[in-house]
Write a protein that binds this ligand. Structure first.
Ligand SMILES: NC(=O)c1ccc[n+]([C@@H]2O[C@H](COP(=O)([O-])OP(=O)(O)OC[C@H]3O[C@@H](n4cnc5c(N)ncnc54)[C@H](OP(=O)(O)O)[C@@H]3O)[C@@H](O)[C@H]2O)c1
Length: 261
């Protein structure tokens, strides 16, 4: 079946209050029929939605399935279906192996992995009511190469990508398309905290443009900027000895102790 035009779509975007999500609100609202936006900061969401007639802001923490179910109930009452879900909400914390803390992993996995699972659980029945539903999740290009300090963030994003690949295998039989979105570095409040160089970092507005281009075509992996993501994919495919030599060289711990590979 032909991919429905964005103009006819009812879309739910999570993590819409800042960063990539915020840029997507402005870029998507003009192209779709109705956009539901969620995050925890409801004041920020309402300010974003205010100028637009076809944007509805609802507060929902993705780690709380009851709050997400309320969003789904609201969507069902108004439109009876969802055509596209963009599970964008997420968090990032980097690990210091000298101050290893399982609670950091719990926070990151609970938001990124369980938050996605929760979102999918409440959204699936509504996607099944669409002529051709589309489930997408914002993972990361970090999944192409296991980098230092990304034990929690990178592993959570790898889990998300694997989860989505499994969903694709099952949902293809129900006429629902599935994609992951794998950005490189994008300038947002999340990356503003980073204390390391971020090569080829792009603006949130350019990220939103690349995502919308992808939403119109529905490839398995919507990745950008291509120069950066192709380089990471290439490094990720190198023989292990070479690959680990490169990533060990990126580690802040290098030179601390005997780091023989
Ligand atoms: N920026 C990058 O370079 C980059 C690269 C690759 C992937 N990504 C991914 O892109 C997505 C968006 O990130 P961003 O860079 O735009 O960061 P951001 O500006 O920090 O945005 C994160 C969004 O997620 C929401 N959020 C976080 N925890 C939530 C929760 N428990 N429940 C509901 N909403 C929650 C935040 O809203 P509230 O705080 O209001 O809830 C916010 O709207 C994330 O999944 C991130 O991992 C970003």
């Amino acid at each position: 079946m032909k991919t429905p035009a964005l103009a006819q779509q009812i879309i739910w975007l999570t993590g819409a209050s800042t960063g990539i999500g915020e840029a997507l609100v402005h870029a998507l609202q003009a192209r779709c029929q109705h956009l539901f936006i969620t995050a925890r900061n409801v004041e920020q969401l309402q300010a974003l939605a205010e100028p637009y007639q076809n944007v509805t802001a609802l507060a929902a923490d993705i780690t709380d399935i009851a709050q997400l179910q309320q969003v789904a109930d609201h969507v069902r009452a108004r439109f009876g279906r969802l055509d596209t879900v963009i599970a964008n909400a997420g968090t990032c914390e980097y690990v210091d192996v000298d101050a290893f803390d399982h609670r950091l992993f719990e926070r990151v996995f609970n938001t990124n992995v369980m938050g996605l699972v929760n979102t999918v659980e409440v959204a699936l029945p509504l996607l099944r009511n669409s002529p051709r539903g589309y489930l997408t999740a914002v993972s990361s290009s970090v999944t192409y190469l296991a980098m230092p300090r990304a034990q929690a963030y990178g592993a959570s994003k790898a889990a998300m990508t694997h989860f989505m690949a499994c969903m694709k295998a099952d949902l293809v039989h129900q006429g629902i398309d599935v994609s992951v979105i794998s950005p490189g570095f994008v300038k947002t409040p999340l990356t503003d905290q980073n204390d390391f160089p971020m090569p080829m970092r792009i603006s949130a507005e350019d990220a939103a443009k690349a995502i919308i281009k992808g939403l119109e075509k529905r490839p398995w992996d919507i990745h950008f900027p291509k120069r950066f993501t192709r380089l990471l994919k290439f490094m990720g495919a190198l023989p292990t000895t070479l690959r680990f030599a490169i990533t060990a060289n990126m580690s802040l711990k290098k030179g601390n102790k005997d780091s023989s590979l």
